[in-house]
Ligand binder design. Sequence first.
Ligand SMILES: Nc1ncnc2c1ncn2[C@@H]1O[C@H](COP(=O)(O)OP(=O)(O)OP(=O)(O)O)[C@@H](O)[C@H]1O
Ligand SMILES: [Mg+2]
Length: 342
Amino acid sequence: MTLSLEQLRRCAVAVDLGAARTRIYLKRVGLIVDEPTVAAVNTRTGGLIAVGSFAERMTGRTPGHIMVVRPVSGGAVVDIAMAQRMLRQFVGDKVRRAWRRKPLLRAAVCTPHDANPLAQRAAVETLTGLGAKRVELVDTLVAAAVGCGLPVERPEATMIMVCGATTTQVAVLSLGAIVAAEKVPVGGDTVDHAVVQHLRNEHELMLASQAVRPLHLVMSGGAGTVEAPEVHGRDVATGLARSVRVNPDGVRAAMHTPLTAITDSIGAVLRRCPPDLVADLADRGIMLAGGSALLPGLDSILRRATGMPVQVAEQPDVCAVMGLGAMLDGNVQPFDLGPLAT
Ligand SMILES: Nc1ncnc2c1ncn2[C@@H]1O[C@H](COP(=O)(O)OP(=O)(O)OP(=O)(O)O)[C@@H](O)[C@H]1O
Ligand SMILES: [Mg+2]
């Protein structure tokens, strides 16, 4: 089914349900929610204890009867009921009451490129449960390209890479449509997980994924240029708290393994592109979006691997929902959105 910009302008709300964060944009208002996609539940009563950043802070610190859950994984809603309860909390009573008064509430949702019918269905059901009578699905790559301010409507190639928590998507667009695209199951969380595994194997130290962020800085420096960072964790054997100074080169090598899949995806897309479009990209380069675009040094790794210019978007983490929001508000140059499944 083909979706037009005109249909999108009839939507009142834009939603980006990510594995790490949920973003909601209200038409003509702006971004009203940017919170971790996390809920904490009491397993004895089934009651919701907290959502968003408060629930995320509970991760790894809960007593037995409280469970911290993530209802979205790999770009798809895996627990529809929990996602709906979480979203209800996020939007609050005032917005919910306003939606109830709207007889034909339409919502637009970002879906990963090439999302399977089950994932599409889950996204639609999540929003219909919240009162939406119609749900329009928009490819995250198109939404993010618009959100980064790329001239998607022109007959020239633009390249966008959206590097999220568990998924990285890359596409070449021209005339508002995707010419070639790739999706790999690797993102910022995958990189953090690789570092956690490395510390466990090399230093017998257990560390929470959230504690890895200070180690990201080793990626931006070359070999031998960064001082050995100190990390605090739990000894695998004794269970006691322990600190170690880690070798930055080892951490960098651990991070590079998942990043190779990301750099390879760029080559795979370019190989499927007509030569004229690839020539456009030699000057314009790649626009980097998604929360993991904030990984220090990721842009230079991509620049080195591809030989192309790489630019990090102004607000890379919210590009997709802001792009969708701009389409709702009618703040984009007209273009044909191309075929989209709904
Ligand atoms: N300042 C930062 N430095 C390093 N990594 C960051 C930073 N900010 C966010 N990230 C990483 O970005 C990822 C979240 O990005 P984003 O918000 O785009 O994910 P998402 O849309 O929820 O996930 P997905 O699109 O994969 O479903 C996390 O892995 C997080 O660790
Ligand atoms: Mg995302």
